[in-house]
Unconditional design. Structure first.
Length: 114
């Protein structure tokens, strides 16, 4: 699966599960960590966990892809590493506090047509 296809597949799954404020940033020029950041917000801790679980479930069942790592299951910020795409799922308060969009503002914002 190509990088942009992976990004859009991840975004579509999150969108179907009612993730709020889906934002994608192309980070290839800014970091070696990933090519894209996909950022979204859940409306509660339960929603944040459900978004992460649904993402793992659907990516495994539809594409046979598992994340290389998952961090923060017990917090308001869950990070799923899909290699070229890092998915950040936040509670609103944590998203505002860490403000990744500002930190990575030099990266190109990607339009998501999910």
């Amino acid at each position: 699966m190509q990088q942009l296809e992976l990004l859009k597949a991840l975004a579509a799954i999150l969108d179907n599960k009612k993730a709020v404020g889906l934002t994608a940033i192309h980070t290839t020029e800014q970091t070696i960590l990933s090519d894209y950041f996909l950022i979204c917000t859940g409306t509660s801790t339960t929603h944040v966990k459900a978004l992460a679980e649904e993402l793992e479930f659907e990516m495994k069942n539809q594409y046979g892809i598992l994340p290389k790592g998952v961090e923060g299951r017990a917090t308001g910020w869950i990070l799923l590493d899909y290699g070229t795409v890092l998915v950040h799922i936040f509670l609103q308060e944590q998203r505002e506090y860490y403000n990744l969009e500002r930190l990575w503002e030099d990266g190109e914002k990607i339009m998501l047509n999910s």
